[in-house]
Design a protein around this ligand. Structure first.
Ligand code: MG
Ligand code: MG
Length: 249
């Protein structure tokens, strides 16, 4: 069942969206060589409290932290750790969500640490661009696979690949609602996009093969070929005036 949100409910979803955007920006500003992924998560947890929100991730199916932090060949769902230090030239994906009064917001962004290689910079830029194109495709009367088609076309034209195993999703009173929003697909296929749908669109883009594996910790997804991967995500409301990004400040 795909839930449809009223204009008033979409207004309410701006509160968690704004907080997610603010804390993601603040986490981005603290990134530098030598910081651990644990430090980033501790910061996020304290900011969630300051701003009167609740973590969407901590305890979700047993996930132990507030931020999924995925470095280099890690695709998504990396667990913050005191042992994991960021180094010059790394890339780090921060995937972050909160709820406020029972309404959820979810967003992700991949940041370079210092100077990265031109190919890695391109990976980040293409992933962010593919998200923008996916958002553009979120139009009343279009189909869910139009979104994935827009993402996949952009990514594959650049010589990269989209992950199949993890997909975007509806969001609202729960972190994950119907429908699933794949980052691939044929245009004109899938459920019709309606006014009042709220979708989290989240391309995960690999430099090499699209194939992923999950590490023994049961969470961290890595690329099978260990080439690097980037991830961007926004929570989007579908309105007659076009897509509205809720996870912005
Ligand atoms: Mg997310
Ligand atoms: Mg998500």
């Amino acid at each position: 069942m795909v839930s449809i949100k009223s204009p008033r409910e979409i207004e309410l979803m701006k509160a968690p969206g704004r907080i997610v955007a603010q804390i993601l920006r603040e986490m981005g500003e603290m990134l530098e060589p030598g910081i651990t992924t644990w430090d980033i998560d501790r910061f996020a947890e304290s900011r969630i409290k300051d701003l009167g929100a609740v973590s969407a991730f901590k305890g979700y199916h047993g996930f132990p932290a507030c931020v999924c932090i995925s470095v280099n060949e890690e695709v998504v769902h990396g667990i913050p750790s005191k042992k994991k230090k960021l180094g010059e030239g790394d890339i780090v994906g921060l995937d972050f969500g909160v709820h406020v009064d029972g309404w959820y917001g979810d967003s992700a962004r991949t940041f370079p640490i210092g100077k990265v290689s031109p190919e890695v910079r391109k990976l980040i830029e293409v992933t962010e661009k593919s998200l923008a194109l996916g958002i553009e495709a979120c139009r009343v009367g279009s189909r869910v696979f139009d979104i994935g088609h827009a993402v996949q076309s952009c990514v594959e034209a650049a010589g990269f690949s989209v992950v199949r195993e993890f997909v975007g999703h509806g969001i609202g009173r729960a972190l994950h609602e119907d429908p699933q929003v794949p980052n691939f697909g044929s245009p004109g296929k899938g459920a019709v996009i309606k006014e009042g749908m709220v979708l989290a669109i989240e391309p995960m883009v690999n430099m090499g093969s699209h194939r992923v594996a999950v590490l023994d910790d049961g969470w961290t997804a890595v690329t099978q070929d260990r080439k690097w991967s980037a991830h961007f995500e926004h929570t989007i409301a579908v309105t007659v005036a076009g897509p509205v990004i809720l996870t912005s400040e």
